[in-house]
Design a binder for this molecule. Structure first.
Ligand code: SF4
Ligand code: SF4
Length: 93
């Protein structure tokens, strides 16, 4: 299981500050931070600690298994973000 951020994210950075494994991207100051509409959780790195859920001021983070149907598309957006990231990293090598 992992956690999924949905479109109501306001990119205020609260979850990044509390995540113990730094698996929420993009980071403030990184090249793509301004262009993304929301942040995303790396499902491989996430340790399911729940800290980000508590920290989010707009309740935009859900355990994947409890993702409301109206936010179902967020699951695909999250997967696509990290798929594109790995493509960029491979291309950069
Ligand atoms: S559940 Fe924990 S490890 Fe996973 S993104 Fe949230 S704060 Fe980070
Ligand atoms: S705490 Fe919530 S609103 Fe803030 S960046 Fe994280 S997911 Fe988005």
């Amino acid at each position: 299981m992992t956690y999924v951020i949905v479109g109501s994210c306001i990119k205020d950075d609260s979850c990044i500050e509390v995540c113990p494994v730094d698996c929420i991207h993009p980071r403030v100051g990184s090249p793509d931070f301004e262009s993304v509409e929301q942040l995303y959780i790396d499902p491989v790195e996430c340790i399911d600690c729940d800290a980000c859920v508590e920290a989010c001021p707009v309740d935009a983070i859900f355990p994947e298994s409890e993702l409301p149907a109206r936010h179902e598309h967020a699951r695909g957006l999250n997967e696509r973000f990290f798929a594109e990231q790995s493509t960029v990293e491979r291309t950069a090598r």
